[in-house]
Design a protein around this ligand. Structure first.
Ligand code: ZN
Length: 444
């Protein structure tokens, strides 16, 4: 049996693994590389294996860095089943259609697939459920809840005398909306994410951070920009603002724009899956819509988004993309970042070379659509709202796995995974830890 690494090997994006046995070739995730132009160039390059030879695919969750290259795989001849749960399917439909649309619109980037390839991809989905083993390619395969976003999974494959676990992205539990991460207690071989392998999230309450930022712009009548991923982060923000408004901690009249068609659709998917909510949220469902409150303005159409700048008074604008690599947030950035009264709240991971990362690293000017934009706004970064486990969370997760023999650290930049490697050595003295590079192949 062989395992090869065709993405997220020394980077956070592009997750893609191939597990090869005598009779099957199973792809685990197939995500887009996101970040610098050099990194994104990898999306146009060959996968490192022959797509038509892959016999099936397992998908952990619907973030683009895990699913965004699947239609390319299909376009290049992959024709096997793609296993995922219903919530992941519902979010996948939104994420992939959006990705295809963005590619078609941005002529400067090569389109690696079309909307037709997305339709074909969705037709190949096989819906499975958490904690319900199924047989494929000689393995008994089980998805367990990774607690990262709605539908997210860690995957365990048992067969050929081995038990192999893929962590997928691990959640920052407990979270506002979804159930906590389910631990895996037994695996010989583990492939584990290491995004925050070198640091812990701050010990601050994300709801308080949000309140402080909204209160700051309420005092001056300015704008608060929050670049946010459409899946999960936006719904968490809405839920937190709902709480703050109900408690009177932010003004009822403060207008909050959910300015992202993709986030609007993703919120509908959340509403369709109350069975995946955590206990706390389930208990309040009858009396409260967790994603709605007074002053919420949902801007579906582009022209309504453009008009936001003409509205007077305090405004909170939640828009994608989360790392400011595209989407409606860029227009708002160009409009508002030069104003020193503006606040910018960064609540998600910012990959290297993105505008979001440049700003968090202190850039006083950024290029938006080729134009120079001065950054005079008050910038605050909080990782307390992260949907990723931090170093302590990752160590707790791996501690639950009894006696792993081999551990592959992926989905992290080199600094974080080296730091995590050192820490794990203290927990599992005998485990052999590897930090693979792109297209490396190992014998299992
Ligand atoms: Zn993810």
């Amino acid at each position: 049996m062989k395992l090869s690494f065709h993405g997220a090997a020394g980077t956070v994006t592009g997750s893609c693994y191939l597990l090869t046995t005598d009779t099957s070739k199973i792809v685990i995730d197939c995500g887009l590389f996101q970040g610098s132009p050099e990194l994104e160039q990898l999306n146009s390059e060959p996968f490192g294996f022959t797509p038509s030879e892959a016999t099936g695919m397992l998908l952990t969750h619907a973030h683009l860095d895990h699913c965004g290259r699947i239609p390319k795989l299909v376009r290049e001849g992959f024709n096997g089943p793609i296993y995922m749960n219903q919530a992941t399917y519902d979010l996948l439909e939104i994420a992939l259609n959006d990705a295809a649309k963005v590619m078609a619109e941005h002529k400067e980037k090569a389109a690696i697939y079309s909307e037709d390839d997305v339709i074909k991809t969705l037709q190949m989905a096989h819906i499975i459920e958490y904690n319900t083993p199924f047989q494929f390619g000689g393995f008994s395969i089980t998805y367990v809840n990774a607690g990262h976003i709605l539908g997210s999974a860690s995957i365990i494959l048992e067969g050929f005398g081995k038990r192999i676990a893929f962590s997928g992205d691990l959640g920052n539990s407990p979270q506002d909306l979804i159930e906590p991460t389910e631990y895996i207690t037994n695996a010989d071989i583990v492939v584990m994410e290491s995004t925050y392998g070198d640091r812990n999230h701050p010990d601050e309450d994300p709801t308080t951070v949000l309140q402080e930022e909204i209160n700051a712009v309420e005092k001056t009548g300015a704008a608060l920009l929050i670049p946010a991923f459409s899946l999960e982060r936006t719904q968490e923000l809405l839920h937190k603002i709902d709480h703050l408004k109900k408690k009177g901690l932010v003004k009822e009249e403060t207008v909050v724009y959910m300015d992202s068609p993709m986030a609007i659709r993703a919120t509908d998917v959340f509403r369709a899956h109350p069975e995946l909510y955590n206990e706390e949220l389930k208990n309040h469902l009858e009396t409260d819509d967790p994603f709605s409150f007074t002053g919420l303005q949902v801007t579906q159409r582009g022209k309504d988004s453009v008009r936001i700048k003409n509205q007077p008074g305090t405004k909170v604008i939640i828009a994608g993309s989360g790392m400011m690599t595209g989407g409606r947030i860029l227009n708002h950035a160009a409009n508002y970042l030069p104003d020193s009264k503006t606040h910018l709240l960064i609540v998600g991971f910012q990959a290297e070379h993105t505008i979001g990362r440049q700003i968090t690293e202190g850039a006083t000017h950024v290029k938006v659509y080729g134009q120079d934009v001065a950054v005079n706004a008050v910038v605050r970064e909080s990782h307390a709202m992260s949907s990723h486990a931090d170093q302590t969370g990752l160590l707790t997760w791996i501690k639950h796995v009894a006696n792993p023999q081999r551990l592959f650290l992926t989905h992290g930049e080199d600094g974080p995974r080296e730091a995590l490697k050192l820490k794990i050595t203290d927990i599992h003295q005998s485990v052999h830890i590897e930090t693979p590079h792109l297209h490396d192949e190992v014998e299992l």
